[in-house]
Design a protein around this ligand. Sequence first.
Ligand code: NAI
Length: 257
Amino acid sequence: MPSKVALITGASRGIGRGIAVEVAGVGYDVLVNYAGNREAALETKALVEGAGRRAEVCQANIARREDADRLVQATVETFGRIDLLVNNAGIAPKVRADLLEATPESYDEVLATNLRGPYFLTQTVANRMIEMLRAGVISSPRIVNISSISVYTSSPSRGEYCVSKAGIGMMTKLFADRLAEHGITVNEIQPGIIETDMTGPVRAKYDKLISEGLTPIRRWGRPEDVGRAVAAIAAGHFDFTTGAAIPVDGGFHLRRL
Ligand code: NAI
């Protein structure tokens, strides 16, 4: 039987790579999307192959509509199917600027990559999934969006990031609602503080906060923590769940007294 196929955006490193490895572990072949670093994407490919699955890489800037369309086309031409879309690619603002000083240019850049890109990529993939379901090519497609604790946590030095992630929260609900009749689930993972290149510049700050008890579980999250949650969805363990936000955050979301 042909393998299921996962299209994972921004899978060349960090959380996206962790997701690629873990979904390979539950039987998926993987299309590794990357923005610029082909070498890193090939490392992810090798890790997936090491888990016994097929992987191919495809450069595409998901902020650009034509790139996103090309990415979907490449996935279908290469593998013939898409069973899982993981909207993982995302960026932090280039500069952490105070809410009273941040620029429209930074806002537009962050929103284009973190929200507008995934929104229309999901639209395109969802339409393909519906066609493939009708043709009997796939049977249980799923979509997973990687949002953040920034969906509900105020960080006034990166407001545009928070707004983009809050948008992913509503996007998850919208597509979950619209696609349920087709048997496509859409869920959101809300990672907490995860050790990747993105958090590299603020490592010392978070080391201190975590050791002082910011998160009930006093450690950094790791890409594989997020990857395993996606793999649980990919493996079908959450097929009666849609439109949900699943925290992978060491308990960050708990209100404590
Ligand atoms: P990272 O910076 O290590 O990796 C992001 C990946 O996305 C890179 O491979 C990058 O090339 C790719 N990417 C960026 N812009 C792209 C574009 N326009 N087109 C295609 N690919 C693009 O970041 P990390 O930490 O692995 O983040 C992954 C996702 O998880 C992001 O959406 C981020 O917002 C989210 N997240 C990260 C947290 C953390 O603490 N690291 C916490 C919560 C959410």
